[in-house]
Design a protein around this ligand. Structure first.
Ligand code: AMP
Length: 391
């Protein structure tokens, strides 16, 4: 696949349509509670401004399902972006068409505008061709910097690309593509994947795809218990997907040399932070308890392996890390990765939250901005919005 990057196309004095992902969290008074996603696009926006281009930003927020939902307006985002970039951001509320076109015509080179939530239009999620053509008509070139939405084929990231002269990936998207390539397509070996999280079912395709590529695969989190059960062990009241025991057995059988499961588990009777915890061997989980984290021996064993890896990809926590009593496994794995000196790529909402709360984020090579998009890449899929940039 050959995707052009923003620094490979001519932007001077052009009107750049830039798809960003400003799906930021609001509190009930519509105050932005985390502006990471806005900050992540500043490099691309500044680059466009430095090239005297007009920048027209397109984003969605939430799931308004094709209707105008005032609480999902992007107006507060325009204000926050303006204060971050120290420049006025024109907020275009008007329906896309003549009014929006006039507002853009009135802008000067180097100015920025943000369109209202693109999902207020039912055509967006339908990937409507005519709507894509109308959007394309607002500018000269297209830049996609919205990796977190790239697993969706919508009008503002898919059909639009058919009606505009030139398409490219912004700097954030470029990083996502390049780091993923370094980690998965052309990795320095040994390559280790660490997969955790709640359920096998949501990561089955990821596990199947990774086993084809990685040298080692550590499995942790709630999904471990379906694998332990597949080995014939008792898992007490731990998370279990009965219907996937046979599949887990098959995965284990085919990848005996690669898959590493925890050897000890922290268990408790209740899914509560204060429920008294004990460390047990993975083959001795008592009936009345559930496994909520990996144990200290597993942390040691995983840590020793991590030290010797050249490339590490991580998705999903090792335990129910939201409760401090069961966060140690996840935190210690984060620490081991940070100290390993390997190329480390981390993705997925909860692993990123865990890394951020451990204060080790800046020790990782790359933290993906995508949750679902990152998982689909791990599944080996080509994301529709990235495929659309390949002209
Ligand atoms: P995922 O979105 O699939 O990565 O899953 C993340 C969730 O898995 C987090 O909310 C964790 O609390 C949960 N989780 C991890 N380990 C366990 C466990 N042993 N039992 C129950 N939930 C878990």
């Amino acid at each position: 696949m050959t995707v052009k990057y923003i620094d490979q196309i001519e932007l001077k004095n052009k009107t750049v349509l830039c798809r960003v992902d400003y799906n930021v969290p609001y509190d009930k008074n519509m105050n932005i509670t985390d502006d990471t996603r806005i900050k992540a696009t500043l490099k691309t926006i500044k680059y466009c401004m430095d090239n005297n281009a007009k920048v027209i930003l397109i984003s969605h927020l939430g799931r308004p399902k094709g209707k105008i939902v005032p609480e999902m307006s992007l107006e507060p985002v325009a204000e926050r972006l303006s204060s971050l970039i120290k420049k006025e951001v024109v907020f275009i509320k008007d329906k896309i068409g003549k009014e929006a076109k006039n507002a853009i015509d009135n802008m000067s080179p180097g100015n920025i505008a943000l369109l209202e939530n693109i999902r207020f239009y039912p055509e967006e999620e339908k990937n409507d061709e005519e709507f894509g053509r109308q959007l394309a008509g607002l500018g000269d070139v297209y830049v996609n910097d919205a990796f977190a939405t790239a697993h969706r084929g919508h009008a503002s990231n898919e059909s639009i690309t058919r009606y505009i002269k030139e398409c490219s990936a912004g700097f954030l998207m470029k990083n996502e593509i390049e780091y993923f390539k370094k980690a998965m397509s052309n990795p320095e070996r040994p390559l280790l994947a660490i997969i955790g999280g709640a359920k096998v079912s949501s990561k089955l395709e990821v596990l199947k795809n990774l086993t084809k590529n990685v040298d080692h695969l550590i499995i942790g989190g709630g999904m471990v218990f379906t694998f332990l059960k597949a080995k014939g062990l008792n898992v007490g009241n731990s998370l279990l997907e009965e219907n996937l025991i046979e599949t887990a057995k098959d995965i284990l059988e085919k990848n005996k040399e690669k898959i590493i499961l925890p050897i000890d588990i922290i268990v408790a009777e209740k899914f509560e932070n204060n429920s008294p915890a004990q460390i047990v061997d993975a083959d001795k989980i008592p009936d009345n308890t559930m496994g909520l984290d990996i144990g200290p021996e597993s942390v040691k064993e995983f840590g020793n392996l991590i030290k010797t890896m050249k490339t590490i990809v991580w998705n999903g926590p090792m335990g129910a890390f939201e409760m401090p009593s069961f966060a140690n496994g996840t935190n210690m794995i984060a620490k081991a990765i940070a100290e390993s000196g390997s190329l480390s790529v981390i993705g997925g909402g909860d692993s990123v939250t865990a890394i951020n709360s451990s204060g080790l984020a800046d020790k990782m090579s790359y933290i993906s901005t995508g949750g679902g998009a990152f998982l689909e890449m791990l599944e080996g899929k080509t994301l529709p919005a990235i495929a659309a940039l390949d002209k």
